[in-house]
Design a protein around this ligand. Structure first.
Ligand code: GLY
Length: 367
């Protein structure tokens, strides 16, 4: 058994804490605010590696691996937390609104099918048969049935609950200031100092603001995402609908999440009227029935982006007991099950090496 401090209780930190506590480790999960208040807020929970990751890219490969774990991950999470998690695997429908998009998406369908991924190019009537409220202006669409979505708040809260059920201790409003290697790993916080055998840096965009003794600041920057929750009617959309300017995610209660902006504005978590306008316009262009929908909620979160948009998962060079699990950018929710598995392997096996595309030292900084 190892003692571990997990810094950050977003979806990554909470999932890692649950995985480690389930394996019998003694876990302290700490957060500068409350669980799920950081990048997690910017996420609509879309699980779509074949949209987010380009063909043959590491992101697509990592996302495919993590998506394969999702059914089992959610089943285990519901069992361990005794709570429900919103989870839907009815696929994504990516609409082509221009001839160029139609060419690209029909080509993608053929490439995916050749690679053994179930995917269909649908044109005209077939599209409307599948989802009657998508725009009739669409020239066609790419249907990927294995994609889906997950309710991010329900997922994060379930992971925190499950971690606690397995013995983890959660400390809120306990922001990490610095990490050093005195007596194992020492994490200094505004509330005092904690020491454990190992620590996990899962503070998302804020990871660069925690000083790691002997290391360069982590090259992670915040990228704001704003989302609208739109009042809809149950069944208005049957699955995630994706377009060139954003996406729509139907929820079981009939509301639709419309996301998301991608804004390089530093640590500014405010919402804006400009985003409300452009997201509403995007939503109506994909599903005209949303034209009269109320805006039930607007939120913003800061996605943690590294130089190559891929996460950093692996050991620190400067503080040997510290493991990074951060910089997941647009895909923290999708990559959570895989990340938790990799972090557990790093905690339990000194010789374990994570896949090269996620190793934190690849950017040439001292980690
Ligand atoms: N995962 C999509 C986004 O971050 O907007």
């Amino acid at each position: 058994m190892t003692s571990v401090i997990v810094i950050g209780a977003g979806v990554i930190g909470a999932t890692v804490a649950w995985e480690l506590a389930s394996a019998g480790h003694r876990v302290h999960l700490i957060d500068a605010r409350t669980p799920g208040d950081g990048a997690t807020r910017a996420s609509a929970g879309v699980l779509a590696p074949y949209i987010e990751g380009a063909p043959a890219s590491p992101l697509r490969e990592l996302g495919r691996d993590s998506l394969e774990r999702y059914d089992e991950f959610i089943a285990r999470l519901k069992d361990d937390s005794h709570t429900d998690v919103i989870y839907d695997r009815r696929g994504t429908l990516e609409l082509a609104m221009t001839a160029d998009e139609a060419t690209r998406l029909s080509h993608d369908a053929a490439t995916l099918a050749r690679d053994g991924v179930e995917a269909q190019w649908l044109s005209g009537a077939a599209l409307v048969d599948l989802d009657p409220n998508v725009s009739r202006q669409a020239l066609g669409g790419l249907f990927v049935p294995i994609h889906g979505s997950v309710g991010v708040s329900s997922l994060t809260m379930a992971a925190v609950t499950a971690a606690v059920e397995r013995g983890a201790r959660v400390m809120v409003e306990t922001g990490a200031i610095d990490v050093s290697s005195q007596g194992g790993v020492t994490v200094r916080t505004a509330q005092g100092t904690l020491t454990a055998d190992q620590a996990v840096m899962a503070a998302g965009s804020w990871s660069s603001r925690v000083t790691v003794q002997g290391a360069d600041p982590l090259p992670v920057k915040p990228i704001r995402g704003q989302l609208l929750q739109l009042g809809g009617s149950r069944g208005l959309l049957r699955r995630v609908v994706w377009g060139a300017r954003g996406y729509l995610v139907p929820w079981p209660d009939g509301t639709v999440l419309a996301g998301a902006t991608v804004e390089d504005v530093g640590f500014d978590e405010r919402t804006t009227s400009e985003a409300r306008r452009s997201l509403m316009e995007m939503a109506v262009s994909l599903a005209p029935a949303l034209a009269n929908a109320d805006i039930a909620d607007v939120r913003a979160g800061l996605r943690p982006r590294g130089p190559d948009n891929l996460p950093m998962i692996g050991r620190s060079q400067a503080v040997p007991g510290l493991i990074y699990a951060t910089a997941h950018y647009r895909n923290g929710i999708l990559l959570a099950p895989l990340t938790a598995t990799l972090v557990r392997a790093l905690i339990e096996d000194e010789s374990f090496t994570p896949p090269a595309p996620v190793r934190p030292d690849r950017h040439g900084t001292r980690t």
